[in-house]
Design a protein around this ligand. Structure first.
Ligand SMILES: NC(=O)c1ccc[n+]([C@@H]2O[C@H](COP(=O)([O-])OP(=O)(O)OC[C@H]3O[C@@H](n4cnc5c(N)ncnc54)[C@H](O)[C@@H]3O)[C@@H](O)[C@H]2O)c1
Ligand SMILES: O=C(O)C[C@H](O)C(=O)O
Length: 288
């Protein structure tokens, strides 16, 4: 019996519940949202698919879940410039979530923005092993980077480390192409704006995040042991600690099985250090 708990079943949490069930990854969904009408609507809509999955709204059952996805809280609107601007609004939500999950034995996937800081915050507040806390965003940023590389005629692979936010670190060195600083900065600037175009057009990013979150869930449940760009609580890796940041992480049934330390070029190393300093500052809010 495989059980997936989702805290916050709005646009992203709801779509993730649907996709995970539709792909047959889970036997049981435990869903929770403070807004009763959306919770009821999502449960009914899921039931109306006829998919053979048990659906519970009993948060007490969450403790037995294999994976817990944190997707509750405020999303960006076109007026909210950066993901980091959501920190104050979403800290109380992260705190409430951590109260449910003291000593949780399963795997936590953090989605709520600012995702890196929230992943660090959940780890701090829940008192669990850092390997259990996987921050989601790098796969999505990497898919967006891949699209921009294709457009520019630059071959892949496309890897994005760093913050899921303004301080993304696209790894041009991994592409094997010699991409100059000006072109790198131009592509990075478009990556920073990539989601806002979707938010303006349809009120939020849904398919991209939900698809990649579901692939992350699959990597855990099927113990795939593949390397994915995920936000991990760092303890000296890449010369950083006191924060959670996007790094190449081997993901399997026990969560983060290992963090790979790749060689970065000078531009990338500088961006990674900036990302670390920026996110560490946000994370301090959870150290108080
Ligand atoms: N990491 C990523 O790549 C990524 C991608 C997309 C969205 N996000 C983030 O995920 C979060 C959710 O985005 P969305 O578009 O689904 O938003 P949404 O508004 O559609 O859904 C959020 C849900 O959280 C619920 N909620 C609020 N406070 C709660 C609480 N204390 N307990 C339980 N539920 C609560 C709301 O009722 C709502 O249904 C946002 O912070 C957004 O920025 C992150
Ligand atoms: O950009 C946002 O605010 C939502 C999410 O983090 C995304 O990258 O799609």
């Amino acid at each position: 019996m495989t059980s997936l708990a989702i805290f916050g079943v709005g646009k992203v949490g709801g779509e993730t519940a649907f996709l995970s069930a539709a792909l047959g990854l889970v036997d049981e969904l435990i869903v929770y949202d403070t807004y009763e009408p959306i919770l009821r609507a999502q449960v009914l809509d899921l039931q109306h698919t006829g998919i053979d999955v048990s659906i519970s709204t009993d948060m007490a059952a969450t403790r037995d879940a294999d994976i817990f996805v944190f997707a509750a809280g405020t999303p960006r609107t076109p007026e909210i410039e950066t993901r980091a601007d959501l920190l104050e609004a979403n800290i109380p939500v992260a705190k409430r979530c951590s109260e449910f999950l003291q000593g949780f034995p399963g795997i936590v996937i953090t989605v709520t923005n600012p995702m890196d800081a929230n992943n660090y915050g959940l780890w701090r507040m829940m008192g669990i092993d850092r390997r259990q806390c996987i921050g989601f965003g790098g796969q999505l940023d990497s898919a967006r980077f891949a699209g921009l590389l294709r457009e520019a005629g630059i071959p892949g692979p496309a890897w994005v480390l760093g913050e899921h936010g303004e301080h993304q670190v696209p790894l041009f060195s991994k592409t094997g192409a010699d991409v100059g600083i000006e072109e790198r900065e131009a592509i990075l600037s478009r990556m920073r704006g990539a989601s806002m175009e979707v938010i303006r057009g349809k009120g939020g990013t849904i398919f991209g995040p939900a698809y990649h979150i579901t692939m992350l869930i699959r990597a855990v449940l099927e113990d795939r042991r593949e390397v994915l760009p995920c936000s991990c609580v760092l303890d000296g890796e890449y010369g950083l600690s006191g924060c959670s940041l996007g790094v190449p992480a081997r993901i399997g049934r026990e969560g983060i099985l290992g963090i790979e330390e790749w060689d970065l070029d000078t531009w990338e190393s500088a961006k990674m250090a900036e990302a670390g300093a920026f996110v560490r500052d946000l994370c301090r809010r959870f150290d108080d």
